[in-house]
Design a protein around this ligand. Structure first.
Ligand code: G3P
Length: 220
């Protein structure tokens, strides 16, 4: 499964990139607004920090003509940019246009398998199924993820299902169980994936026994 970090914070991207395990970064208008920096400046810095990654940057217009202009502008900034588009009617129309131009897209704010079907038919590169916002209203967001994975694989669509709006590490586990292609998550959640008390206790014991034995890797 590919791992993306969901942030507009350059320092978070820098730290995650150092781990050598991230395959991309997703941003959205809220995350860019929180960054306190300009949109193009932030996205280009992220492209520099994750040179092999897929970097999602979102249009903000809702009328087709302006969405297309914004998409072509964003696309022009860097070859690794994936144009992020909301799942609205003009968004699906735009994804079809961009797909026909071989421009990669990430369809966002997807909550149902029927929405995911529309995105896949339009040629979306990534389909961002949101889970946390569904869980936030007492439902199970992962259900649509599993159905969307089955849908793209049943019909042979090239789209990859990207689990988004992740609230905790269990969502990552559930994304794996659902066979999702990608999970994007806040840096804090990605950091939590490393943690287990038995790992900490085991390492502590290893090092204590090693030191008690007065051993050294390097010649003394
Ligand atoms: O960036 C897309 C998605 O991951 C945002 O999720 O619900 O945490 O704002 P959320």
């Amino acid at each position: 499964m590919k791992l993306f970090v969901d942030t507009g914070d350059i320092e978070e991207v820098r730290q995650a990139a150092e781990w050598g395990i991230i395959d991309g970064v997703t941003t959205n208008p809220t995350l860019i607004a929180k960054s306190g920096h300009g949109f193009k400046e932030t996205v280009l810095k992220i492209c520099e920090l994750v040179p092999e990654g897929a970097i999602s940057a979102e249009v903000v217009a809702t009328d087709y003509d302006t969405m297309l202009k914004e998409a072509l502008e964003i696309h022009s900034w860097h070859p690794n940019i994936v144009v992020k588009v909301p799942l609205i009617e003009n968004g699906i129309r735009l994804v079809k246009t961009l797909s026909d131009k071989d421009i990669q897209t990430n369809v966002t704010l997807v909550f149902t398998v029927s929405q995911a079907l529309l995105a896949a038919k339009a040629g979306a590169t990534f389909i961002s199924n949101f889970v946390g916002r569904v869980d936030d209203i007492s439902d199970d967001g992962m259900v649509a993820v599993a159905k969307s994975v089955e849908m793209v694989e049943t019909y042979g669509y090239d789209s990859e299902i990207l689990v988004a709006s992740i609230r905790h590490p269990l969502h990552v586990v559930q994304a794996v169980e659902a066979g999702a292609h990608i999970a994007t998550m806040p840096f804090k959640i990605m950091s939590m994936l490393f943690k287990h008390p038995l790992t900490d206790a085991g390492l502590k014991r290893f090092l204590a026994d090693w030191n008690d034995a007065g051993l050294s890797i390097f010649p003394k």
